[in-house]
Design a protein around this ligand. Sequence first.
Ligand SMILES: [Zn+2]
Length: 249
Amino acid sequence: MLHEMSWTEAKRYFVKNDIAIVPVGSNEQHGPQNPLGTDHLIAKAIAEETAKRTKILCLQVIPFGVSSHHKQFWGTVFISSEVFKNYVKDVCLSLSYYGIRKIVMVNGHGGNRCALIDMARELREKGVFVSIFQWWEAANKLSPDLFKPEEEGHAAAEETSMNLILHPQIVNMNEALNEKPRKHAIKMEGVTLPLDTVDETSSGVFGKSTTASAKKGETVLETVVGELVKHVTALKEAKIEDLMQKPKV
Ligand SMILES: [Zn+2]
């Protein structure tokens, strides 16, 4: 962990390595049963476990993200997409000053994705290659028997199970509930609407959360950490020239 090193220890890492892991998340509603910190706490745990297994430098989690669509639920902290992108970019540029050319963003919140991709494209122009890992996508490798589609939504059983294996003391399963998201009257296939969470759910839960368990969370955690270890290892071994932007044809 970068923040646990002295500058002399950090120097020893940076002169020998060109890769680092940066977890990012959000502080936003996750239904009545889950902590507001769900997205950054899960990203932090996955990133730190991967760092431990691969001996790659990991930074502190960036806890606040692009969450204004959750703001009607109390306690959500919402950063604009532009500010978030530039803040995370400055973190990455600080690392690149010390020779880091490969950065794995472990993103715990889907709402951060567009800003992170924009940032990654800008940084590639500057010679820094940023990949974005999202655990719930890596979890698609799991057997469909573990979670049904209605258990995979925001604050539903899959995400709640991750909280139950990582930090059960801040999950209150007595409050867990199931809510089928409402479909907006003008919503149809092929149309994206600028809706907020509150337009679709009153509790903040998208789907079924009562079937969550620590045992299921353990399976997800082990799977996604395994996938991230594979990605980080492959990125570490990749030649930087092969990751950089190609010249015009
Ligand atoms: Zn979440």
